[in-house]
Design a protein around this ligand. Structure first.
Ligand code: NAI
Ligand code: MG
Length: 502
């Protein structure tokens, strides 16, 4: 392991110990094991390009063993005999353990993903804790209903039963948090799980696996399979012993997953996919707040967020002023190694992602959009990492790829609009429908916009808020199913109707 850190930064001894245990193993049936084929892959630090660890690459045989372990745990083990409240107690212990290891988990997140340590420590990690606590509380409160029917002497009630064995496939932008979004409700509902973190960021999921073991979950309830989409993710999706797959990632892979789920055993699927969210600033907005909000909506996490406010619509009279203000804000953003104090955003996740984003920047320029600021890979001491300056395009052509396609980088496409009908039509002119934002002091306009937008989330005078209690998910090709809140119970349970002759 090579570990170049900014001056005066040192890691927790526990983090170093964790990194030095290599290759990282798979968690199958309560044991940490090497992959059957002894294959491994490297996970890199995107701030430096250095290898952090070798990680076991799960092949189809390993997936098979994990499915068997999860099936046994589901059908035969003690897990199925636990009450919801008892499952909740285990989840609460996980929350406590994550909290107790916050610094270490945040360090792993910054090393593996690149995000600022401050953000991981004060955002991702506590939010993961909150998730486990929310679903710990909900685990004992999953209810059916009694249903009045028109047939005499029949008493009908429903039960919400677990799906069984569920596969959880996770992206790299919020590694620990996305694991929590999926694991906590899946376990609260009584399923057993196969968790596949993204190949770019497996480390915090593996550390979480150790904490889950420590919390005392029965073997096989949580299995962790590291590896890339091919073969690891695809083997989970194709497996007939898996009852449901919950996925967050690209729309392209989501489509593939839905197809392969259908072709195997019609396993249930929920998909949280890409976005190209419109963010709208009206002339009557509190402009200071709106500009700072729009800046953060696109540039936080270096734009690598499914909800990134990537299409900015500005009402014509304030267009110039907002563009200027936004450019000034963007130029103040400090990009760098996530361990450097006072850094706002880190690198992109990989050289591949950087090249992809640079490709979009080139296409924006050649397509006639005006590059207002940014657009450059950062060099010097950041040159070995995957750093890009916050980038603003101004344009008048909604058909450009930078306006239509998910870039997943720090690139915003800003444009002016003149009237309401035009705005609603253009804001909805996308295959995606994940999120949206509006800045205005006119409360009626704000609500009308919220109702007119074909998107799963609308933020009014704010952007990017999430809470374990608030449902989240997509319209259109941003996917389906709602994670978080009570709605997530629908993703991880199925309804059984029981008829009783009286
Ligand atoms: P991806 O969709 O390929 O990866 C997400 C997860 O799916 C990873 O765990 C990956 O190993 C797994 N996966 C990949 N192919 C699979 C398959 N055939 N079967 C089962 N699992 C599979 O995303 P990637 O390549 O990391 O990023 C490419 C683009 O996807 C990004 O530029 C961005 O536009 C979008 N993306 C969107 C995310 C979101 O939160 N909406 C998250 C990650 C990526
Ligand atoms: Mg990595």
């Amino acid at each position: 392991m090579n570990l170049t850190l900014p001056p005066d930064v040192s890691l927790q001894p526990a983090t170093l110990r964790f990194l030095n245990t290599t290759p990282k193993k798979l968690l199958i049936g309560g044991e940490w094991v090497e992959s059957t084929r002894r294959e491994t892959f490297a996970t890199l630090n995107p701030a430096t390009g250095e290898e952090l660890a070798q990680v076991a690459l799960a092949g189809p045989e390993d997936v098979d063993m994990a499915v068997q372990a999860a099936r046994d745990a589901y059908e035969k083990g003690t897990w199925g005999k636990l009450s919801g409240e008892e499952r909740g107690q285990l989840l609460w212990k996980v929350a406590d353990l994550i909290e107790a290891h916050s610094d270490e988990l945040a360090e792993l997140e910054t090393l593996d993903n690149g995000k600022p340590f401050r953000v991981a420590r004060n955002g991702d990690v506590p939010f993961a804790v909150r998730h486990f606590r929310y679903y710990a509380g909900l685990a004992g409160k999953i209810e059916g209903a009694t249903i009045p029917v028109s047939i005499p002497n029949q008493f009908v009630y429903t039960r919400r039963e677990p799906m069984g064995v569920v596969g959880l496939i996770i992206p790299w932008n919020f590694p620990l948090l996305m694991c929590s979004w999926k694991l906590a409700p899946a376990l609260a509902c009584g399923n057993t799980t196969l968790l596949k973190p993204a190949e770019e960021t497996p480390l915090s999921a593996l550390r979480l696996g150790e904490l889950i073991q420590e919390a005392g979950f029965p073997p096989g309830v949580v299995n962790i399979l590291t590896g890339p989409g091919m073969p690891t993710g695809a083997a989970i999706v194709a497996h007939t012993g898996v009852d449901k797959v919950a996925f967050t990632g690209s729309t392209e892979v989501g489509r593939e997953i839905m197809k392969n789920a259908a072709l195997s055993n019609l396993k249930r699927v929920s998909l949280e996919l890409g976005g190209k969210s419109p963010n709208v600033i009206f002339a009557d907005a509190d402009l200071g707040k709106a500009i700072r909000g729009a800046n953060w909506a696109i540039f936080s996490t270096a734009g690598q967020e499914c909800v990134a406010g990537a299409r900015l619509f500005i009402e014509r009279p304030i267009y110039e002023q907002v563009i200027e203000g936004l450019a000034a804000e963007a130029q103040k953003i400090r990009v760098g190694n996530g361990f450097t104090p006072k850094i706002h955003i880190g690198p992109l996740i990989s050289e591949k992602q950087l090249q992809r984003v640079m490709g979009y920047i080139a296409s924006g320029r050649s397509g006639g959009a005006q590059l207002v600021t940014g657009g450059e890979r950062l060099g010097g001491e950041l040159g070995s990492g995957y750093f890009l300056s916050p980038t603003i395009f101004a344009h008048q052509d909604d058909s450009l790829p930078i306006v239509q396609e998910e870039i997943f980088g720090p690139v915003v496409a800003a444009t002016a609009f003149d009237d309401w009908d035009e705005l609603v039509q253009r804001a909805n002119d996308t295959h995606y429908g994940l999120a949206s934002g509006i800045w205005t002091q006119d409360i009626s306009k704000a609500h009308r916009f919220a109702h007119a937008l074909k998107a799963g989330t609308v933020w009014i005078n704010g952007y990017g808020y999430f809470d374990a209690a608030a449902p989240f998910g997509g319209y259109k090709q941003s996917g389906f199913g709602r994670e978080m809140g009570k709605d997530a119970i629908e993703l991880y349970t199925q309804v059984k109707t029981v008829w009783v002759g009286l």
